[in-house]
Design a protein around this ligand. Sequence first.
Ligand SMILES: Cc1ncc(C[n+]2csc(CCOP(=O)(O)OP(=O)(O)O)c2C)c(N)n1
Ligand SMILES: [Mg+2]
Length: 562
Amino acid sequence: MTITSPISEELVSERTTKASDLFVQALEAEGVEYIFAVPGEENLDMVESLRTSKIKLILNRHEQGAGFMAATYGRLTGKAGVCMATLGPGATNFATPAAYAHLGGMPLIMITGQKPIKKSKQGQFQIVDIVNLFAPICKMSKQIVHGNTIPSLVREAFRVAEEERPGAVLLELPEDIAEEQCDAKIIPAHARHYAIADETVLSEAANRISSAKMPLILIGAGANRKDVRSAISEFVDTTGIPFFNTQMGKGAVDERSDLFMGTAALSDGDYLHCAIERSDLIINIGHDVVEKPPFFMEDGGKTVIHVNYKSAQVDAVYFPQIEVVGDLARSIERLTATLGGKVLFDKSYFETVRTEVENHLAEGANDPRFPIIPQRFVCDTRKVMGEKDIIALDNGMYKIWYARNYKAYEPNTVLLDNALATMGAGLPSAMLAALLNPNRRVMAICGDGGFMMNSQELETAVRLKLNLVVTVLNDNSYGMIRWKQAGAGFDDWGLEFDNPDFTQYANSYGATGHRVTSAEDLVPTFNRAFEAGGVHLVEVPVDYSENQKVLIDELAAKACLI
Ligand SMILES: Cc1ncc(C[n+]2csc(CCOP(=O)(O)OP(=O)(O)O)c2C)c(N)n1
Ligand SMILES: [Mg+2]
C-alpha cells in the first residue's frame, strides 16, 4: 500500500532546480568567469539565472564579437570561453567564431537558444537546424532535450572543448527545456593529465637527433599552450639546436635567443628557407597542419620528428616519419633528458643565414617615408610594447610583416590567426586580452577593411573601460588582395574603397581618435595613448609599395649563400 503524504510534493519541488539555474550552476562549477552574449528572447531564462550568478554577462554588439572574445579567452587560459546567442540569425552569426576556434585549436562553448521543442505555436519562424549546421565546424554539437541531462552535457562539453586538440562545442537550449524543473546533480570537473610519449619512440627520436648533420627545431601553434614554455626553452638551450617558428608559434620561446632563425611567415622562398632547405632533420614541436605550411615536405627529402599531443594529420606536404605523441611539456622534458646535452654539429651555415635574416629584417626600420612603410610601423610597435605586452592582429597584408619582423618574447603576446585567417577578429581578441590583462599594454592591429568588419565593438570596449590601443592601418583598400592581384599579374582594379573619418568615428564611441601625420609621430602617439588609458584609435596611413619589392622581387632574386 502506498501512503501519500500531503507534504511530499512540496519536498520534491524543494529538491528540484530550474533547468537554466542548473545550467548556470554547471558553468560555475567549471570555473566560468564570463559569458559573452547577444541574447534573444529564447535566452531569457538563462539571462535571469545569470542575474544572480557570479559569472559576468558581457554584452557584445554582434555575435561575432562575442564568439571571438570567448574563443580568445580559451586560447589564453586553456579553459573554454563561453558565448551565448539566440536561435536562427544569432546562432548563424556564430559560424565564423566557431570555425575560428575549430581551426585555431581554441576551446569554445557556444550556447544557443531555440523555440520550444515539446509544443510550439510559431511554425518554423526563425528555426534553422543549428545543431546540424554547426556539426562540421565543432567537436560536438548537441540539443539539450531534457533538463536532467544538463550536468553531464555541460561537463562533456568542457571536456571535449578543452581536451587536446581544443576546439568548439555548441549546446542548444530550447526555451521550454530552459524553464523545466529537474533534479540532476552537478558533475564536478577534475584535473586532466595526458599520457607521456613512449620510451621506445623517445630513444628513436634522440638517436636520429644526435646523428643528424644539420638539425633544426620548428615551433608551431600547439607550443603556445599554457605551461609548455619552460620545457621547450630548456630543450632548445640544452641541445643548442637553432629554431624557427610558425606564425602561431611566435613567442613560445623567446625570439631574442641567439638560436632563433626567424618566423616562416611564407611557406617557401624566404631567407630562412635557405636554412630549412639545407637541414636534414626538423624537430617539429606543436605544429598543426591548419597553419599555412612553414615549409613543404617532399618525397625522399628531410626527416621530420613530429612532437605534439596528437599524432600528425597527414597531407601531401606533411608526413612526418617519427611521432613523439603525448603530453607536450613532459614528453619534451624526457627527450631533453634522453639526449642529455648539446647536440654537436657544424652550425656555421645556419649562423650565416641567421645574420642574413637579421640584416634584412633591420632594413627600413627607421625609414622616414610618410605614409609609413610596414618595416617602420612594425619596428615602432615593438619599441612601445614591453616584454609581456600583447599585440592582436586582424588579417591583412600587415600580418606577414608582423610575423616576419616583430620579435615575440613571451608566449601568446602575438595573437594572430593563421588558421581560419578571418578578418574581423583582431579587435575582439585584443579586447579580451585587455580584459584579462589590465596592467599590460594591449594593441589591436587592423587594416581599414578588417577593422570595419567589427568596429561596433568599440562601444563594448569603452563600456568595459578597457585600456586598449586600436591601430588602423589605412590604405583605402583590401591591400592583401591587391598584393596578390599584382603578384598574379592582374591589373590593379576593383579593390579600393573610402573610409570614415576614423578620428571622429572613434570619438563618437567615447574612445579617443588620433591620426598619425608623419613617421616620427608614431611612437609618441602610441605612448601618449597608452599613458592616457582608456580606448584609443590610432589611424596610420600606410604605404604598401614595399610589398612587391621586398616580399616578391627581392625574394625572387635572392640566392642562398653557400
Ligand atoms: C572575413 C574575411 N573575408 C575576406 C577575407 C579575404 N581577405 C584576406 S585579407 C583581405 C584584405 C584585408 O584588407 P584590410 O583589412 O584593409 O588589410 P590590408 O591588407 O589592406 O592591410 C581580404 C579581403 C578574409 N580573410 N576574411
Ligand atoms: Mg586596407
